[in-house]
Design a protein around this ligand. Structure first.
Ligand code: ADP
Ligand code: MG
Length: 290
């Protein structure tokens, strides 16, 4: 369970003499809840505070105001930081920045050793983690020799080796080609299906469609106010609401735009589709009925 209660966070810039020269409120009054086993997308345009929130979930940042709870633990409790990180693992945007070793199995083992996993368990845990992401047989490979999608799956294996309940993907597909993107999205679905809590951070509405719930981030009054949660609900509720999305600076899903354009020319589908498959289905239905 992840619970954010009225979180505020400022980035503070200091000059060489440690004087504060700028304060930027990245997020303000953010409250949301993610239940165990949910697949949630945190959706927002660039700069809407998504990464700031992600870093709060695994205690890389702690709120200035408000409280972040992960599995009931207040992340601002200093001696609980590792407990929080054990529960919430993160895969980042850049697949090249996530490895410390030039041999994949050593890289994953390093993370386990850091977490003080007994040495005799390390080999089997490395193997199991690579199997989970379909990279068995890649133990001796160098992470740099892998494709983008494989790199992100390898980074995920490093996180999964520690068996966290919560997986956070911070724009983990945004630097990948379409194939790599599909691979990583498939991993997210697989994790959700085996009961993990998945938090997908994205600016891509077509990816957010894959989640069950959406937390929409942005500034409520254009540039004046700091970022906060604009809306939270089921994928269907949030992503078919074009007005809301446009207000948040997000282009609605292609299927939703088509639905609305068709309505303007007198073609009324019986419900608003979210994906191109649903759109095709609704169009066939309309055709057979008209
Ligand atoms: P997102 O991940 O949605 O693109 P971020 O959480 O990275 O958004 O950023 C939210 C706001 O905080 C932005 O206005 C950004 O400019 C600012 N910000 C992010 N990181 C820093 C930083 N290290 N120093 C100063 N400001 C930052
Ligand atoms: Mg970001």
């Amino acid at each position: 369970m992840i619970r954010a209660e009225h979180i505020k966070f400022d980035y503070i810039r200091r000059d060489g003499e440690d004087n504060v020269i700028a304060v930027e409120t990245a997020v303000n009054d953010v409250s949301f809840e993610v239940k165990p086993g949910e697949f949630v997308a945190i959706l927002g345009h660039n700069g809407s505070g998504k990464s700031t929130l992600a870093r709060h979930i695994n205690a890389l940042l702690v709120p200035e105001e408000g409280t972040m709870y992960v599995d009931g633990i207040d992340t601002s409790e200093k001696d609980m930081v590792w407990e929080v990180r054990k529960r919430a693992g993160m895969v980042f945007q850049n697949p090249d920045n996530q490895f410390v070793s030039s041999v994949l199995e050593e890289d994953i083992a390093f993370g386990l050793e850091n977490a003080q996993v007994p040495e005799r368990e390390v080999t089997s845990k490395v193997k199991a983690a690579l199997e989970l992401v379909g990279l068995e047989g890649y133990e001796k490979r160098s992470p740099s020799s892998l494709s983008g999608g494989q790199k992100q799956r390898a980074a995920l294996a490093g996180v999964l080796a520690l068996n966290p309940e919560i997986l956070i993907f911070d724009e983990a597909t945004s630097m990948l080609d379409p194939k790599g993107r599909r691979e990583v999205l498939a991993e997210m679905k697989k994790l959700r299906d085996c009961g993990k809590t998945v938090v997908m951070i994205t600016h891509d509405v077509e990816e957010a469609v894959l989640a069950d719930q959406v937390i929409l981030m942005g500034r409520p009054n254009g540039q004046k106010d700091p970022n906060t949660v604009l809306a939270q609900g089921s994928v269907r509720e949030i992503l078919t609401d074009s007005r809301l999305l446009i207000q948040a600076g997000i282009v609605p899903p292609m299927a939703v735009r088509m639905y609305e354009d068709l309505k303007l020319v007198g073609i009324e589908l019986n419900r608003c589709p979210l994906t191109k498959e649903e759109l095709a289905e609704a169009l066939c239905r309309w055709k057979s009925e008209n």
